[in-house]
Design a protein around this ligand. Structure first.
Ligand SMILES: NC(=O)c1ccc[n+]([C@@H]2O[C@H](COP(=O)([O-])OP(=O)(O)OC[C@H]3O[C@@H](n4cnc5c(N)ncnc54)[C@H](O)[C@@H]3O)[C@@H](O)[C@H]2O)c1
Length: 254
């Protein structure tokens, strides 16, 4: 079965047809693209039209590369672009069935956005954040719907990377995690569950990032997810560090 067909089946099962993506930068563009490629209607939102114009040009450029490499037909490219809408301002997301946030990595900005989204989105809608380091529990608390807030951490470049890290906040429900996992499958991406750091994220995160930088300096093309529960515990105990790496070739190394 083709990927769009299997995605459509999942969409019907989950009743998620329209996905809102907030933030049309590097990650938001890629996230909007992969959802649209998988058959979802997408509304990509940012603060101003020029940003959205750049985002559309970037997505067109990315899709053109897939067509050049014969991994996407011209018809599929046109259909993907047909499913992609852009809007300045989040009001249009009242119609979204699922929302992914990919704005700047600023805790205050994200908390304000999640609070605003709660007023706009239907009560049943899950709000996912692509944050690399900000607490999902804190975003959940700001949102007023903590059980429907989770981390959906895509890797860069989103259209090529095959792993999504799903981060569970303290109040995230099983049902929300399941839905996010099914969405990853609909996108043709694997997922790995992760948890909020057990303790002292201020101490754990810089070390984690230094490990990643060291691997890059050694010539490895790595994309790293957030540290998971095991690693957070290991770091707190000053024990050996466990982490996952997804190579650009798509293999997963522990
Ligand atoms: N760049 C990466 O490699 C990478 C990888 C994984 C995760 N992330 C995470 O993804 C998120 C986005 O990163 P990025 O690199 O795409 O950032 P970026 O700076 O490229 O894009 C952010 C976009 O958000 C927009 N924005 C800011 N505030 C907004 C608001 N209130 N409403 C709507 N739009 C708003 C900005 O105008 C900008 O276009 C961050 O949380 C980052 O930590 C980034």
């Amino acid at each position: 079965m083709c990927s769009v067909c299997s995605a459509l089946i999942v969409v019907i099962l989950m009743n998620i047809k329209t996905v809102g993506v907030v933030g049309a930068g590097t990650m938001g563009n890629g996230i909007a693209q992969v959802f649209a490629q998988a058959g979802f209607s997408v509304c990509l939102v940012d603060v101003a039209q020029p940003v959205l114009d750049r985002a559309r040009a970037e997505i067109e450029r990315s899709l053109a590369k897939f067509v050049e490499k014969n991994t996407l037909t011209a018809d599929a490219r046109d259909a993907t672009l047909g499913r992609l809408q852009m809007a300045a301002g989040v009001d249009r997301l009242a119609a979204a069935d699922y929302i992914v946030e990919a704005i700047v990595e600023d805790a205050d900005a994200k908390r304000a956005l999640f609070s605003g989204l709660h007023a706009i989105a239907r009560p049943d809608v899950i709000l996912a954040s692509n944050t690399s380091s900000i607490s999902i529990t804190a975003l959940g608390a700001a949102s007023g719907r903590a059980d429907r807030v989770l981390g959906m951490h895509f890797m860069n470049p989103v259209p090529l990377m095959t792993l999504v890290e799903l981060v569970r906040g303290q109040a995230t429900s099983d049902a929300s995690m399941r839905t996010a996992s099914e969405l990853c499958a609909a996108l043709g991406k694997g997922n790995r569950p992760s948890f909020e750091p057990a303790a002292d994220p201020a101490r754990a995160e810089p070390l984690y990032l230094r490990v990643a930088d060291g691997l890059r300096a050694a010539g490895l093309a790595v994309e790293t997810g957030r540290f998971g529960a095991d690693m957070a515990v290991d770091l707190v105990n000053d024990g050996p560090v466990t982490f996952w790496i997804e190579t650009r070739g798509g293999s997963l190394v522990k």
